[in-house]
Design a protein around this ligand. Structure first.
Ligand SMILES: Cc1ncc(COP(=O)(O)O)c(C=O)c1O
Length: 405
C-alpha cells in the first residue's frame, strides 16, 4: 500500500522542521530564543476567557455551519469602525484563517488551475494548494525593494489561461511588508483586466506601525465582487489556539459555495466563538497598546540587525516578522541548523526559520532567514546579539565548510 502522491509531496513546515535539533540543544542544556514561530506572547484578553467560562448550556451542541450570528454581527461592527460596511451574510466563521484559505482556494479554482502569489509567502499556502489540487504561481519580490508588489510586467508574465486569482497578504507574513493603497489598486486593476478573483489574507490587519493605516481590499469598490478576505482572531486577540477565523466576501456565489464547504465540516468551535464575541467588544486602545509594543520590538531588532554590515533589511511596516538577507550566506537552511547544533554563546542560541521554505521558486531565499519578533524587548535584544554572534562565527567558518563539502 502506498500513500497518495498529494500526501507525499506535501512540504514539511520550514518553521517547525528544525524542532528535533532544538530538542537536542535543550537536552545539552542550551537555552533557545525562539525567533522562528509567529506565536504571540501577549496575553489573550481576559474578556475572551471569561466569556468562555460563562458558558452554562447543559450540552455543547453543534452550532451553525456559518458561525454564531453574534460573532458574525460582531465582526461586521468591527469592520464598520473602518468604514467598511458588511452584512453578516457576507461573513462566514471558519476554523481559523487556515480554513478560510482552504475555502477560498477551493471555491475559486478547479484542479490544476492557478493562483498567482508574490513570494516569499506564508508557507502554509503550499499545503492548501496541494489539498485543493491547484498550482501557486509565484512572482518574485525582493529584500532590496522591501518586498513590495512587483511591477505590472512581472505580474502579466505570470498569467496563463488557467489563472483564477491573485493572492495577496498584507501586512505580510513573512516579510512584514504593508502594501500601499496604490499597490492594492494596481492589483485590483490587474484582476479586472484578467477577470480574476482577488484573495487577500488580512489576518495581521491591526499590526501596522509608524502611524500607517492598513488598507483592506474590501475598500476597493471596483472589485467588490472579486474580493475574498481571509481573516482570523489568532493574532488579533493573541488567541491562536481558539481556531476561529472568517472568510468574507460580497460575492453571493462565493458565500453560497463556502457555506456548502462549511456544512461538510459541520461547524466552527462554539466556546471560542463566544470568547471572540467578547474580544470584539474591546475598544481601539487595546489595539493601540499592542501596536506600540510590537513597534518597539521591531525597532529594537531592526536597529540591532542593521548596525551589522552585510545585512539587507528594509524596515518592515507591519505584522511581526522580517526577512533578513545575509551577504556571504548561501545555505540559510544549514546556517539555521548549525545555530542549534554547533553554536552557543553563554549557554544560549537562537532558532530562526530558513526563508527557502517561504519561496516556491527552487533555490530562492537561500541567503535569508525569517525572524519573528514575538519576545519581550530585553529578550529580543539578547536574541539579536546571539544571532549576530552566530552569524559572524558561521561566516568565518564558511570557506572551511565550502572546502570540506
Ligand atoms: C499570513 C497568515 N495567514 C493565515 C494564518 C493562519 O492563522 P490561523 O489559522 O491561526 O487563523 C497565519 C498564521 O500564522 C498567517 O501567518
Amino acid at each position: 500500500m502506498r500513500i497518495s502522491q498529494r500526501a507525499r509531496v506535501m512540504q514539511e513546515s520550514p518553521i517547525r522542521k528544525l524542532a528535533p535539533l532544538a530538542t537536542a540543544a535543550r537536552q545539552r542544556g542550551l537555552s533557545i530564543y525562539h525567533l522562528n514561530i509567529g506565536q504571540p506572547d501577549l496575553p489573550t484578553p481576559p474578556q475572551f476567557l471569561e466569556a468562555v467560562a460563562r458558558f452554562a448550556d447543559p450540552v455543547l451542541a453543534y452550532g451553525p455551519s456559518d458561525g454564531l450570528p453574534a460573532l458574525r454581527e460582531a465582526i461586521c461592527a468591527y469592520f464598520s469602525r473602518y468604514k467598511i460596511h458588511l452584512d453578516p451574510s457576507q461573513v462566514l466563521i471558519t476554523n481559523g484563517g487556515s480554513e478560510a484559505i482552504l475555502f477560498a482556494f477551493s471555491v475559486v479554482a478547479d484542479q490544476q488551475e492557478e493562483i498567482i502569489v508574490p513570494e516569499p509567502f506564508y508557507t502554509n499556502y503550499n499545503g492548501y494548494a496541494q489539498m485543493a489540487n491547484l498550482h501557486l504561481v509565484p512572482v518574485r519580490t525582493h529584500a532590496e525593494e522591501g518586498f513590495h508588489l512587483p511591477p505590472n510586467e512581472v505580474l502579466e508574465r505570470a498569467v496563463s489561461s488557467r489563472t483564477k486569482a491573485l493572492l495577496l497578504c498584507s501586512p505580510n507574513n513573512p516579510t512584514g511588508t504593508v502594501l500601499t493603497r496604490e499597490e492594492l489598486e494596481r492589483a485590483a486593476d490587474f484582476c479586472l483586466r484578467h477577470d480574476l478573483f482577488l484573495i487577500a489574507d488580512e489576518v495581521y490587519k491591526e499590526f501596522t506601525y509608524d502611524g500607517r493605516q492598513h488598507t483592506s481590499v474590501l475598500e476597493l469598490p471596483e472589485v467588490e465582487q472579486r474580493v475574498i478576505v481571509v481573516d482570523s482572531i489568532s493574532k488579533r486577540f493573541s488567541a491562536c489556539g481558539a481556531r476561529v477565523g472568517a472568510i468574507i466576501s460580497r460575492n453571493r456565489d462565493v458565500m453560497a459555495a463556502c457555506l456548502k464547504l462549511g456544512q461538510a465540516r459541520l461547524c466552527p468551535p462554539t466556546l471560542e466563538q463566544l470568547g471572540a464575541v467578547a474580544a470584539y467588544q474591546l475598544e481601539e486602545d487595546y489595539f493601540a497598546a499592542i501596536r506600540r509594543e510590537y513597534q518597539r520590538r521591531r525597532d529594537v531588532l531592526y536597529d540591532k540587525l542593521t548596525a551589522e554590515p552585510g545585512i539587507i533589511l528594509r524596515k518592515p511596516r507591519g505584522a511581526f516578522y522580517m526577512i533578513v538577507k545575509m551577504q556571504g550566506i548561501n545555505d540559510a537552511d544549514d546556517f539555521a541548523a548549525w545555530l542549534l547544533r554547533d553554536f552557543a554563546e553563554g549557554g544560549e542560541t537562537v532558532m530562526v526559520a530558513p526563508a527557502s521554505g517561504f519561496y516556491a521558486t527552487p533555490g530562492a531565499g537561500r541567503d535569508e532567514v525569517r525572524i519573528a519578533y514575538v519576545l519581550e524587548v530585553a529578550k529580543l535584544e539578547r536574541a539579536a546579539e546571539v544571532f549576530l554572534a552566530g552569524l559572524a562565527q558561521y561566516r568565518a567558518l564558511q570557506p572551511a565548510l565550502t572546502t570540506e563539502a
